[in-house]
Design a protein around this ligand. Structure first.
Ligand code: AMP
Ligand code: FE
Ligand code: FE
Ligand code: ZN
Length: 291
């Protein structure tokens, strides 16, 4: 079984529509794929509908990646199989999503002050109806010839955390996120917890505190962790009684990673599905439902 529990579609900052994502996941030979758009569940319906058209089995796990902040450090919390209609969590997702628009406009204002002629119209065109984020602004900078690739915009000079053109958005307290996801029947996994190349990360003591507060797992295997870091995180997960997952964090053509670049052990996946009560994995055509 090949299981990839972290992907993005055009519902946030990926470039595949939810239907294309599902088809590409099947074509990539995955058995299970989770759709985890930033702060939104908007891609679910289209992804579920696309399962019917597949010629091989693929199980869809619904999820989201929630934007959080702890002691001034931004972090991402993956949430799986929660009830998308649970009102308290839905309200928090909406708060984060709504704040992304004024925040993007603030970053565009800073870029213009730096002499970059980027406009909201350009960024809105790139974002389409996805929840707008820095990758969309980064792509505008690529179009304008300011940086060669999207990743090159994530530096202190431009859009990196605390960078010259960076602006904060509303973000959840991760302890609240864990509580809210659990109340909505879901499971939480701390995404790329040691991705130092993205900026500051939280210390292991914070991961221990989150574990004590009910965190279910950490994403140990991720492209932004070097091999030594992955090994360390597997050890930390064992010490703290956390599930250790692995995933691609696929964003279509906006990032270099491919579907299934990292995967999650079937036993860990089975435990995630056993803990979840808010939603069930959706088996696709071929009937080979995930564990
Ligand atoms: P935002 O949620 O708007 O603050 O943007 C964060 C998103 O930017 C992440 O979810 C990634 O998709 C993307 N991102 C962060 N760091 C990088 C990087 N170094 N290269 C490319 N994309 C990145
Ligand atoms: Fe992203
Ligand atoms: Fe992330
Ligand atoms: Zn992600």
């Amino acid at each position: 079984m090949r299981i990839d529990l972290h992907t993005h579609s055009t519902a946030s900052d990926g470039t595949d529509t939810p239907a294309q994502l599902v088809r590409n996941a099947a074509a990539a030979g995955l058995d299970v794929v989770a759709l985890t758009d930033h702060d939104t569940t908007r891609g679910y319906a289209e992804a579920v509908a696309a399962l019917a058209g597949l010629d091989r089995g693929l199980t869809l796990v619904t999820g989201a990646e929630l934007s959080c902040r702890l002691d001034g450090v931004g972090l991402h919390m993956l949430a799986y199989l929660f009830d998308p209609d649970e009102p308290e969590l839905a309200r928090e997702r909406e708060l984060v999503r709504d704040d992304r628009v004024p925040r993007a406009k603030a970053m565009i204002g800073k870029l213009r002050e730096l002499g970059v002629p980027v406009t909201w119209e350009q960024v809105a065109r790139i974002a389409g109806d996805g929840s707008v984020g820095r990758p969309h602004i980064a792509e505008a900078l690529v179009e304008l010839g300011v940086v060669p690739t999207v990743s090159d915009a994530f530096t202190p000079d431009w859009l990196g955390d605390g960078g010259r053109a960076y602006a904060e958005k509303h973000e959840l307290d991760p302890f609240d996120a864990i509580r809210l996801v659990k109340a909505a029947g879901g499971v939480t996994v701390f995404a790329h917890p040691a991705a130092v190349k993205r900026g500051q990360v939280v210390p292991e003591s914070a991961i221990a505190a989150l574990a004590a507060a009910g965190l279910d797992g950490i994403e140990a295997d991720h492209m932004d962790h070097d091999p030594a870091t992955r090994t360390r995180l597997h050890g930390l997960a064992e010490d703290l009684g956390l599930l250790a997952t692995g995933s691609s964090d696929y964003h279509g053509s906006r990032k270099t990673c491919v579907l299934g670049e990292f995967t999650t052990d079937p036993e860990i996946y089975g435990e995630i599905t056993r803990r979840a009560t808010g939603a069930f994995p959706v088996p696709g055509a071929g009937g080979r439902a995930g564990a």
